[in-house]
Design a protein around this ligand. Sequence first.
Ligand code: FAD
Length: 316
Amino acid sequence: MRVTELIESSKKTAFSFEILPPLKGNSIQKVYKVIDKLWEFDPKYINITSHHSEFIYKTLPDGSYQKVNVRKHPGSVAIASAIQHKYGIPAVPHIICKGFTKEETEYALIDLNFLGVHDLLLLRGDVKMLELGIDPNAYHSYATELQEQVNNFNKGIALDGSTFEANETPFSYGMACYPEKHEEAPNLESDIFYAKEKVKNGAGYLVTQMFFDNQKYFAFVDRLRAEGITVPIIPGIKPVVFKNQLTVLPRIFRSDIPEAFACELRKCKDDTQAKEVGIEWSIQQCKELIGHGVPSLHFYTLMASDSVHRIAREIY
Ligand code: FAD
């Protein structure tokens, strides 16, 4: 079954989470450990994040520096396949534009098709590649361009315009949306316009950026529904685990921290206390979302799988 079917057929609010591929060269066992820990909550599918490569400066023995290109967390395609085969539920690799050329994406789609992984999350990724002086034409600029490539692939049209026999099992996919506006969008209306484009052109569902104020999610969903968007809009939940996330998360993800939550975090003496406050906030947030009838909850588990376990124990 596809992600949307799994969500729609779930008797209770569906549960999903995302994992990060291990650091380059590290074992996949750590990934399995996270999944095993959260397995009791019956995840309907598991997302695997993708990461572009970046330049780092390596110090050489003579004290000079060498600029080297590294992909710190490679292997999203292979991990998706490994998870799907080990656990028997869909694995959803994130396919990003930035850091992967259009051609690399085409080869990834071919691999994923052979591996039987047909659910994707299509994203732009961040923009650092442009800062690295690499030919921007080799990359898509926006997630909607990547979406067009995937749609063409589904129809049997390759990047160079040549045609091939269309796959028996086309890719289906979700895409991102932003209840508090994407950092680069001139205004929320503009973001909503592109969310509509994503759905009009085939996104089966939308997953939100993390948010901590449910009222913003509810208002956003009402707005999208008024625009005629009927697909599931899955809330993305991020448990706060570090005290400094009080300022880091609003800066990086443009997610406001409501004053009641900020106030509790400010009182924390250390990260151990902040983690407890974060768990409690997420539990209350999830309970309210479930009460509101959301179709599914998607958890950002990075550095937070223990917290997600405790939250899930309370709400499922
Ligand atoms: P887009 O939809 O391309 O939007 C980017 C900006 O451009 C927005 O302001 C939008 O309004 C605007 N826009 C969109 N289309 C157009 C257009 N055609 N013309 C002009 N403007 C346009 N990042 C990673 O690197 N790896 C991951 O695995 C990853 N996973 C994520 C999972 C989720 C659920 C979410 C919400 C985000 C994730 N991200 C990930 C981060 C994401 O890549 C960033 O938020 C990125 O800045 C935007 O991605 P997008 O797909 O929303 O981009």
